[in-house]
Write a protein that binds this ligand. Structure first.
Ligand SMILES: Cc1cc2nc3c(=O)[nH]c(=O)nc-3n(C[C@H](O)[C@H](O)[C@H](O)COP(=O)(O)OP(=O)(O)OC[C@H]3O[C@@H](n4cnc5c(N)ncnc54)[C@H](O)[C@@H]3O)c2cc1C
Length: 472
């Protein structure tokens, strides 16, 4: 941006209706220089648009000066998505939460990009409806960030992820054009499905300024069970056994022994610390149906070696059981301060094999590897707890993470089930996609953003880029 900074600031002040929403002071810019992953990159300017016309004008200015534009929701990305690694203008959407309309006749919600995800589900609930995608960060992350990362959550097992609930988008392109994709119809096969291409594109193809989301009827009831396993491999078998018995739980989450111990030391919930794994299983639907299904779930788990199945008798007990899962993240960071959260995902049948590989990786590199996550859809969250000040330990961690990705891909899986590629996983893209697959994706990027101003430095590896866990 260099010499043009003042000129650009002047022009931005003219197009953003309130100049207080153009931030230029160092102390303000610093707040937008990090996310929930690694690395600190200060933007040159931050704009906080609250209307599509403002986004259009800002992008036209950025395009004229060939300056990077990095969209940002609430900065909870675990993969480096909103980091302005090449400087430029950060478009902070966190203030633009003004539109949250529910259309109950069409079962849709129309939202502005800065709306907090859980607010959509809360509002839908007032109409007896539900917005299913439920990332653990739903109470802090924005729908714009969820769309750009194609976020998922525990309910993904039964209901799918963000992309399965997007009917239409309003976007602004790299040259400042406003385009609408899809709409309020459930079906739409007019031409290429641009909506689905944009979802998960991490702000590299366009900027999302409005979304039309599909809602579903809220289930009548839920039922939760906690299942204990002496062997973690058996918990993997239980997942396949339950699903192949024709039962589709709404949630099926796993905690390994390391996470159970960490939670118990953190909150004393009375969890058994001598088991190798806990599965938390939630069913939803008609109360009579889920009662019968839960007894079949229990039988299936016991048949593959579960030690015990505890079925919650009421909502309060269910809430207590889920508390254990919710506390994993805060609990494990008390062990060591640096948390490297991965989301390598494998086909469900390979869950036992992946557990075995993770065990070997833990021992080979002597790292504090904790496994929890959305086991029912194969989206495990191997987390490594470390201390970034310990250079030797961090080098072992980097090697362990590389091997986790290799294991996932070798087992027919993927680098990321929901956290996205960002800066963290770009060095591994070719490993999964192959040279030609990666090239095809690059051609899409070049067609949409020939100047490479939209979130540059993400998804695609830079020449010679190596994997490193930086936090400078
Ligand atoms: C404790 C914790 C738990 C988490 N749990 C989950 C989980 O269960 N499931 C899951 O999927 N993720 C999870 N995440 C990761 C993160 O919350 C998600 O990726 C979320 O979607 C990011 O939303 P955000 O608003 O913070 O976006 P940001 O982090 O600000 O941005 C994320 C990406 O979206 C782009 N972007 C943001 N807004 C727009 C827009 N309007 N137009 C175009 N691009 C845009 C950014 O450029 C960036 O690439 C978790 C994170 C934390 C810290």
């Amino acid at each position: 941006m260099g010499d043009h900074r003042n000129e650009i600031i002047q022009k931005l002040m003219e197009v953003v209706s309130d100049s207080a929403r153009v931030l230029t002071k160092m102390e303000d810019l610093y707040s937008f220089s990090f996310d929930a992953s690694f690395g600190v990159y200060r933007p040159d300017i931050v704009c906080q648009p609250m209307a599509t016309e403002e986004v259009v004008d800002i992008i036209k200015i950025a395009s004229k000066y060939a300056v990077p534009i990095v969209a940002r929701g609430r900065g909870t990305s675990l993969s480096g998505g909103p980091l302005p690694v090449k400087g430029g203008i950060v478009l902070d959407f966190s203030l633009w939460n003004t539109k949250l309309e529910i259309d109950p006749d069409n079962l849709v919600a129309v939202v502005s990009p800065g709306v907090i995800t859980s607010h959509i589900n809360d509002k839908a609930g007032e109409f007896g409806l539900m917005y299913p995608p439920d990332p653990s960060s739903a109470h802090v992350s924005t729908i714009g960030g969820n769309l750009a990362e194609n976020a998922g959550g525990p309910r993904g097992l039964k209901y799918g992820v963000t992309k399965d609930y997007v009917l239409g988008l309003e976007i602004v392109t790299a040259d400042g054009k406003v385009i609408r994709t899809g709409g309020k119809t459930v079906k739409n096969v007019t031409g290429y499905d641009l909506t689905k291409l944009i979802v998960g594109s991490e702000g590299t193809l366009c900027v999302i300024t409005e979304a039309t989301l599909c809602l579903v009827p809220k289930p009548l009831a839920t039922k939760t069970a906690m299942v204990l396993f002496d062997e973690i491999i058996d918990s993997g078998r239980a997942i396949s056994k339950v699903l192949s018995a024709g039962i589709l739980p709404s949630k099926m989450e796993i905690m390994d022994q390391h996470s159970i111990i960490a939670v118990e030391e953190y909150a004393v919930l009375g969890l058994p610390i001598d088991v190798e794994a806990i599965l938390l299983i939630e069913l939803d639907g008609h109360p009579l149906a889920i009662e019968e299904e839960m007894s079949r779930v229990a039988d299936a788990c016991m048949a593959v070696g579960a030690r015990h199945v505890q079925v919650a008798q009421d909502n309060e007990e269910a809430e207590r059981l889920w508390q254990a899962r919710r506390l994993v993240s805060p609990a494990i960071v008390r062990v060591k301060p640096t948390k490297i959260s991965e989301d390598a995902t494998i086909p469900r049948s390979e869950i036992p094999a992946m557990f075995q590989r993770l065990k070997e990786i833990r021992e080979k590199y002597n790292v504090h590897l904790v496994v929890f996550g959305h086991a029912g859809d194969g989206n495990l969250h191997p987390n490594i707890i470390a201390d970034q000040r310990d250079v030797e330990e961090m080098s072992r961690v980097e090697q362990a993470v590389e091997e986790i990705f290799e294991a996932a891909v070798q087992l027919g899986g993927t680098l990321s089930g929901e956290h996205g590629i960002g800066t963290m996983k770009s060095p591994f893209m070719e490993m999964e996609l192959g040279e030609d697959g990666l090239h095809l994706m690059k051609m899409v990027k070049e067609a949409w953003d020939p100047q490479n101003i939209l979130n540059p430095g993400k998804i695609f590896p830079e020449p010679g880029q190596r994997f490193e866990l930086r936090n400078d």
